[in-house]
Design a protein around this ligand. Structure first.
Ligand code: HEC
Ligand code: HEC
Ligand code: HEC
Ligand code: HEC
Ligand code: HEC
Ligand code: HEC
Length: 362
């Protein structure tokens, strides 16, 4: 029996490339996502839209359609339980949008006598609110008019197909990309992308999970890509943190030397890559462990996840705690793992800035 199972597993692996291909870097078979008459064997296909769907889709919104395949498998981008997310592939997880509280700063767990939160930051701040009624996610409540500072993308229309091309392309993760001279229109003419897709390579969506030796390889262009919707956010003027800019020699050296709060100068360039704090560079591969050079860049995903995380503002780590081990304590939300597994570990901003020098180890 065991041999048979192994054999079947082996055959599946052998044919994985062809048997499971769907988008195929081009347009997949239309019926995977569309229904022509909203009827199959005389039964409604999209029961949410009995009178038909605007784009003849099989479910109410584009995101619902994508999630019918990608929620719990094929990347598993919308896990079933916000306290037990599926393996990380790079983008974070939309399931955290369902959290009632993400705030782990002081008083984050305070409640009134009736049990309601006093200082909660609700789950819709976990990241991008893709409109997916089938998963209980509506448009972001506080950002309804735009994409936060810098952008004009309407939050009420945000879905998987705002960023990924449902009809396929050859870009990293099927992301949309255009140029100023040749903009690419997304969601049936809703919005134009004027910056290209990032140059990057990702992990397989069929197996594995992120680690320091297995991670998305960010090569270039991520900050410009996010700017399609966020403008020059965090980079306009002098009073915001740079993104898409070179690290320079001093910060690259600090990154390479840093091996956690308890060992700030013991790191070496060959192994200093930290998947929790990635940077962009031409030499980065999905298995590279080397740290940055002076021309490597800090970019939006140095600090954020592209989909959502269990910290406010889709943070790769929680920006509002002093020690990483405090993550999840006040709010009861999922605790993002401390890559250095130390009770004394401080904010990962220190990977580049080393500001935990001299902090008391207790
Ligand atoms: C992976 C899912 C998926 C597949 C496969 C797919 N579509 Fe679509 N299609 C969508 C979504 C989602 C929309 C709604 C607009 C949007 O969100 O981009 C759409 C919109 C459309 C539209 C109207 C708007 C537009 O962008 O022109 C047409 C026409 C269309 N699809 C045709 C097709 C045809 C023909 C095929 C097969 C060759 C196909 N689609 C395969 C998901 C898909
Ligand atoms: C019928 C099931 C199905 C549906 C519906 C579906 N996908 Fe996929 N998707 C797949 C499969 C299978 C793969 C892996 C093979 C491939 O890339 O064709 C995949 C791969 C992907 C990838 C990774 C591509 C890469 O380069 O690694 C992305 C991103 C993606 N899909 C996005 C979407 C989006 C966005 C939608 C909705 C518009 C969608 N998918 C709808 C089955 C589906
Ligand atoms: C298709 C347009 C679009 C693209 C591309 C896009 N965003 Fe957004 N983003 C939005 C919208 C709309 C909102 C506000 C609605 C929401 O928060 O769900 C938002 C909100 C955010 C937030 C605040 C989340 C919260 O709830 O506090 C962060 C952080 C963010 N985006 C980062 C990024 C990063 C990083 C990238 C690039 C990887 C990116 N965005 C690409 C449209 C976009
Ligand atoms: C704001 C833009 C944006 C939206 C909205 C978005 N994605 Fe993504 N997605 C990305 C980016 C960027 C990556 C690559 C992230 C990385 O590797 O750091 C990605 C990665 C992925 C992957 C590869 C596996 C992984 O977890 O990295 C899949 C599958 C995927 N997205 C599917 C979806 C589906 C399904 C939806 C809707 C439920 C969706 N995406 C909505 C931008 C977006
Ligand atoms: C050095 C880390 C870092 C980088 C790089 C970074 N961010 Fe942020 N981002 C943060 C932090 C921390 C916050 C929380 C609010 C604050 O401190 O301003 C935040 C907040 C946000 C918000 C929410 C703002 C609001 O008003 O709710 C958006 C949107 C956002 N970032 C987008 C981006 C984009 C787009 C990029 C790339 C151009 C980017 N960030 C690069 C750390 C970073
Ligand atoms: C990948 C490396 C990296 C990470 C991680 C990082 N930064 Fe920076 N930071 C930089 C670079 C590069 C500069 C520009 C330095 C320069 O011009 O001398 C900078 C500049 C700054 C400045 C000075 C801004 C100015 O205009 O002078 C502050 C403050 C700062 N960062 C705070 C943070 C905080 C807070 C975090 C965590 C949320 C963070 N940084 C994470 C690379 C990083």
């Amino acid at each position: 029996m065991r041999n048979l199972t192994l054999l079947v597993a082996g055959i599946c692996l052998l044919f994985a490339g062809s048997a499971f291909a769907f988008h195929d870097a081009g347009v997949a078979h239309c019926n995977g996502c569309h229904t022509m008459h909203n009827s199959e064997n005389g039964v409604l296909v999209d029961t949410d839209s009995p009178t038909g769907n605007q784009w003849l889709l099989k479910d109410e919104t584009p995101s619902d359609v994508c999630l019918s395949c990608h929620a719990s498998g094929l990347g598993a981008v919308f896990g079933a339980d916000p306290l037990a997310p599926p393996p990380e592939k790079g983008s974070g997880n939309f399931v955290f949008l369902l959290e009632d509280n993400l705030y782990d700063g002081h008083g984050g767990g305070d409640t009134l006598p009736d049990g309601s939160w006093v200082n909660a930051i609700p789950g819709d701040a976990a990241g991008h609110n893709i409109v997916a009624p089938s998963r209980g996610v509506a448009a972001e409540a506080t950002n309804l008019t735009g994409a936060g500072p810098g952008g004009t993308f309407p939050s009420g229309d945000l879905g998987c197909s705002s960023c990924h091309d449902p009809h396929g392309n050859t870009n990293f993760r099927l992301l949309y990309g255009g140029t100023v001279a040749d903009p690419v229109s997304v969601q049936d003419g809703l919005y134009d992308f004027t910056n290209p897709a990032p140059a990057a390579a990702g992990l397989s969506i069929f197996f594995g999970s992120e680690s320091n030796a297995s991670h998305t390889a960010y090569n270039s262009g991520m900050s410009g890509w996010c700017a399609n919707c966020h403008g020059d956010f965090h980079n306009s003027g002098n009073l915001v943190h740079p993104s898409g800019s070179s690290l320079g020699g001093d910060i690259a050296s600090a990154y390479n030397a840093y091996n956690g709060t308890e060992n700030m100068t013991g790191g070496v360039i060959a192994t200093s890559y930290l998947a929790a704090v990635p940077f962009e560079g031409a030499g980065v591969t999905t298995s590279s462990t080397a740290g940055p050079s002076s021309s490597s860049k800090v970019m939006c995903l140095t600090c954020h996840r592209a989909h959502a995380s269990s910290a406010p503002n889709a943070g790769r780590w929680d920006f509002s705690v002093t020690l990483l081990e405090e993550d999840g304590l006040e709010s009861g939300s999922y605790a993002i793992a401390d890559p250095y597994s130390s009770p004394n570990q401080r904010s990962l901003c220190n990977k580049c800035h080393g500001k935990d020098v001299g902090d008391a180890i207790h």
